[in-house]
Write a protein that binds this ligand. Structure first.
Ligand code: PLP
Length: 372
């Protein structure tokens, strides 16, 4: 088959009308305030609290810094239980704080942390469980909280894929001690680069504010060792405009997901992972699992075929974080302890997914799947 006429990427960022963005920029130019909790930043915090239905939010320069400062804000020490099937930032944030990741295997259906394996990994050094809502699949939040309460552990969620998702009608940001969202350009809601933490304990606000502002509490007071994690006014202005478009983008993605399911359903050896087409989904990615025996091609062969035809699919999250060279002395990183993650990482592929994706591209992808 001929190549698709232009490259189709994994996502296409939600962009406001340029004039709506420049109107916001004019306000910034008039104010002469470019960063440090300006008017745009304040407005975006309010709008996001309303949208995400959470009591507190702290905006940050990106999701990785948000996670790092959130972990720091909870004053964790020692070991943190985490999964290896995630974006490198999840475990790198632990590294920067001198926390040791203890890798826990994932569930084969959802790729989220396998709660039945958490307790056996808890030691007297464990201070927290860090769950990842992979591809918008929500962790078993109640079971995790129950374990955390019994062992007096903190619970943090990497919610980079779960913006706007709900669990049993409950907004996802209300679970655990903290949830991180990323506002990177590839995410459903973007501020170009950006991120945020949401939480119920409002007393964290002050501490997180200090942490992202060098620990400076007043013109002549520096009270803790922080760093620069601020979201600037231009990012906030982008966020204000993009947030207005998120609901319609979610609706469009829901239709794209339904079309994918309609066209790919029943292809032998292909499992569609996120079949949740209700509004509780975050509609962040469209992942599939390839079973080489039944499909006839391995995931890598399918990926190469798609990419050579201009369909730029992505092998998220290959390689597993536990295989990073700097964890070679970490016993929990041994593949024998992580059979599901080790298997899944060779089989998952994310297909192009965004609201304006043309159904003809999906039909073309289907043709590539069935012509071997
Ligand atoms: C995107 C992402 C991050 C990092 O967010 P940035 O805003 O890019 O720093 C962390 N975790 C997961 C699972 C992600 O997908």
């Amino acid at each position: 088959m001929e190549k698709w006429k232009e490259p189709i990427y994994i996502t296409s960022p939600v962009l406001p009308e340029l004039s709506n963005f420049t109107n916001q920029l004019e306000k910034i130019w008039e104010s002469h305030i470019l960063t440090n909790n300006g008017a745009m930043h304040k407005e975006l915090e309010i709008n996001l609290k309303t949208y995400l239905k959470v009591p507190s939010i702290t905006l940050m320069s990106n999701g990785t810094i948000a996670l790092l400062l959130g972990l720091k804000g909870l004053e964790l020490s020692g070991e943190v239980i985490v999964t290896p099937f995630t974006f490198p930032a999840t475990t790198e944030a632990l590294d920067w704080l001198g926390l040791t990741p203890v890798f826990c295997d994932i569930e084969s259906e959802t790729y989220t942390i396998d709660v039945s394996k958490i307790e056996s990994l808890i030691t007297e050094k464990t201070s927290a469980i860090l769950g990842v809502h992979v591809f918008g699949n929500i962790c078993k939040v109640e079971a995790i909280q129950e374990i955390a309460d019994r062992y007096n552990l903190k619970v943090i969620y990497d919610g980079a894929h779960a913006f706007g998702a709900t669990y049993n009608n409950e907004p996802i940001g209300r679970f655990g001690d903290l949830t991180m969202f990323s506002f990177h350009a590839t995410k459903l809601f973007n501020t170009i680069e950006g991120g945020g933490l949401v939480y119920r304990d409002q007393s964290l606000y002050e501490r997180l504010y200090l942490l992202k502002n060098f620990g400076i509490s007043g013109p002549e007071n520096v009270v803790l060792s922080g760093l620069n994690g601020k979201l600037n006014e231009i990012q906030a202005a982008m966020g204000i405009e993009v947030l207005k478009l998120v609901e319609s983008e979610r609706l469009k993605r829901k239709e794209v997901q339904k079309k994918y399911i309609k066209h790919l359903d029943g292809i032998k050896g292909i499992r569609i992972i996120n079949v949740n087409t209700t509004d509780s989904n975050s509609f962040q990615y469209f992942p599939i699992e390839v079973d080489e025996m039944n499909f006839g091609l391995s995931r890598d062969q399918l990926h190469n075929k798609l990419v050579s035809h201009n369909i730029i699919s992505r092998k998220y999250f290959y390689p597993l974080c536990s295989t990073f060279e700097w964890y070679s002395d970490n016993k929990s990183a041994d593949a024998v302890n992580l059979p599901v993650a080790t298997n899944v990482v060779e089989r998952v592929l994310c297909l192009p997914f965004y609201g304006d994706l043309d159904e003809n591209v999906i039909l073309y992808i289907k043709e590539l799947f069935i012509t071997k």
